[in-house]
Design a protein around this ligand. Sequence first.
Ligand SMILES: C[S@@+](CC[C@H](N)C(=O)[O-])C[C@H]1O[C@@H](n2cnc3c(N)ncnc32)[C@H](O)[C@@H]1O
Length: 253
Amino acid sequence: MEFENNLNLCKFIAQKIKENPQNRITFADYMNWVLYHPEYGYYTVNQPQFGATGDFVTSPYFGSDFGEMLAEQFVQMWEILDYPNPFTLVEMGAGQGLLASDILCFLKKQYPEFYSKINYLICEKSAFLKQQQQKQLKNLLNINQSIQWCDLETLKNETIIGCFFSNELVDAFPVHQVIVQNRQLQEIYITVDSETSIDVTFQETITELSTEKLTDYFKLIEIDLCSPAYAEGYRTEVNLIALDWIKMVASKL
Ligand SMILES: C[S@@+](CC[C@H](N)C(=O)[O-])C[C@H]1O[C@@H](n2cnc3c(N)ncnc32)[C@H](O)[C@@H]1O
């Protein structure tokens, strides 16, 4: 099943590359399909991914302390903002819902008054993980109707009094990869190397930048990768989606 999924994903990506007039896609497009293809993407297929038996662990899997420390911060924010009701917590990219569970269980026990004012929203891209979150939060959901799932885009501007937070979300956004070649900034693309009925292999190719946003990004952060400070072949990632994301979050608060 896993082999079939992977092969289907590779064939899908190969098709996307062939449809492109230059027979290539950016690394960001490649990463987007690999992680988020609706049927075959890493975050969308029915496989265990987190925890000791999965592919990786994140802080909530080492204990509830991380969620509890965040919860203490949320209480402080609520106090500083003069006890708004509701106080909305928006968790983005909630994985299996462990962090949400740690935060809410702790607040319920330690800060019942604050807990009663919380509106907990989860923005999750993966339908499979959304189901897992609902399972994880089932007990809390039965008695607390104020946990809801939504899309960030659909939240009205300037309506959220509270806090947006996430753990290991931004590094899951697809990135462009750039490289210094002959003192010029170039981009890394993915092309098809070979394809048979049972196997597809990809390779990298390096050529001009796909978008001026990459040049603008380095101007914004005031880094000149073409200066002598960076060696020939210096390679790094650019997370353009993070910039749009942070603007969107700011517009909702
Ligand atoms: C590395 S996991 C981290 C999960 C969890 N926060 C944790 O610490 O265990 C990234 C999570 O972000 C979600 N995700 C990625 N891009 C997203 C987006 N644009 N909007 C909402 N969720 C997203 C993934 O589906 C996954 O749940």
